[in-house]
Design a protein around this ligand. Structure first.
Ligand code: TXA
Ligand code: MG
Length: 343
């Protein structure tokens, strides 16, 4: 398949929309990461997305819309909580999980009776949805398991020749995927942390917001006992996407956690040790408290280090227990296969 490279001009986005309408696959920029889009209501098109990504087919997709009214096609009722967060955070990097209408194909939702929906903020993404005239199902536009794509060249590196077109926008503003908030239970629950934090959502709803237990478990188990943390399947995550090997660079990756100076020392020591064996090590160390920058840079750094052909990636842990630092650490831990040591 010849992959068409398109710009964000209205003419090009119309061409991309035509491809979506015909059941094709188009990668497009959003504020979080690039998505690989297909008509969410077209079972065959959605199946092709799984195929192109090499993704297990029980993993449900996020359905992207361009206007709040489009929720009505997807869900039978919009709860008060749903209305409140839609009003406060859309368009933006928040996905909500709600009950699905029967019309939404099982293929799109991985057989669940719920559907995850978000309204992206990037104009090219919203134009694509509007011009297509359908909600667009879109997982991140990477091969399953590899770091999410935050630049057009990352999409091309993974999917050139496997998809119909890519809309080449600039770098993604946020750099990690949207916060996924489950609104189908008694209390709102964060299934995947992102830059919209529990505190912000809690403030908008006027009630506490919980984290899915697997998230905190994953973070704490690994901190206490790295060997245990490696058994990712034991967490039985509620968000099905959390259970697969994710975001992994080709190089081996190790996270060092602890006091900033000691982390720096340990990374230096391990780097020299690696180089003494004739291998190459790459380092990822974000500024303290610079969580947004870390979110923006993480996936592109992983891809760049792989591009440089390093054998080992040594990363300094982020410290925040909640909020944006927690969201970035969630990705880092997965990238490293929960391989973390304390100093
Ligand atoms: O920022 C994002 O969310 C990006 C851009 C492209 O919008 N998309 C993205 O999609 O990250 P994906 O497929 O890589 O991740 C979707 C996440 C997975 O963790 C999946 O398990 C969860 O959302 N999810 C989707 N539908 C769900 C549902 N009905 N119930 C629970 N979790 C769901
Ligand atoms: Mg993904």
């Amino acid at each position: 398949m010849n992959t068409l490279h398109l710009t964000t001009s209205a003419e090009d986005i119309r061409q991309a929309a035509e491809i979506i309408r015909k059941g094709g696959l188009v990668a497009f920029p959003t504020e979080t990461v690039y998505g690989l889009g297909a008509d969410a209501m077209n079972t065959k098109a959605v199946a092709a997305v799984y195929e192109a990504k090499g993704r297990p087919s029980d993993n449900p997709m996020i359905v992207h819309i361009a206007a709040a009214e489009e929720m009505r096609r997807l869900t039978p009722e919009i709860s008060e909580d749903a209305a409140a967060v839609m009003d406060r955070f859309w368009p933006g990097p928040l996905t909500i999980v709600v009950k699905k209408k029967p019309e939404v194909p099982d293929r799109t939702t991985g057989g669940l009776d719920t559907v995850a929906v978000r309204m992206p903020e990037t104009p090219a993404a919203r134009d694509l949805i509007r011009f297509s005239g359908c909600p667009i199902a879109a997982p991140s536009a990477n091969l399953s398991g590899s770091p999410s794509p935050t630049r057009a060249k990352d999409v091309t590196a993974d999917l050139e020749g496997r998809i119909d077109a890519v809309i080449e926008g600039g770098d993604c503003r946020v750099g990690i995927e949207s916060t996924v908030l489950d609104l189908t239970g008694d209390a709102p629950v964060i299934l995947r942390p992102g830059i919209i934090t529990a505190d912000e959502i809690s403030e908008a709803l006027g009630k506490p917001v919980l984290y899915d237990s697997s998230l905190k478990e994953a973070a704490s188990h690994t901190a206490l006992d790295p060997a245990k943390g490696a058994q990712e399947a034991d967490f039985r995550p509620k968000s099905p996407g959390m259970k697969y090997k994710h975001y992994a660079p080709k190089a081996e990756m190790l996270i060092i956690s602890g006091d900033a100076d000691r982390v720096r020392e340990e990374i230096g020591r391990r780097k020299r040790e690696c180089e003494a064996q004739g291998k190459r090590a790459g380092v990822i160390l974000f500024g303290e408290q610079e969580f947004r920058q870390a979110a923006h840079d993480l996936f592109s750094r992983l891809r760049d280090l792989d591009g440089e052909g390093v054998d080992l990636i040594l990363a300094g842990a982020l410290s925040e227990a909640d909020g944006v630092g927690f969201a970035v650490m969630n990705r880092m831990l997965k990238s490293a296969g929960y391989h973390i040591i304390r100093v």
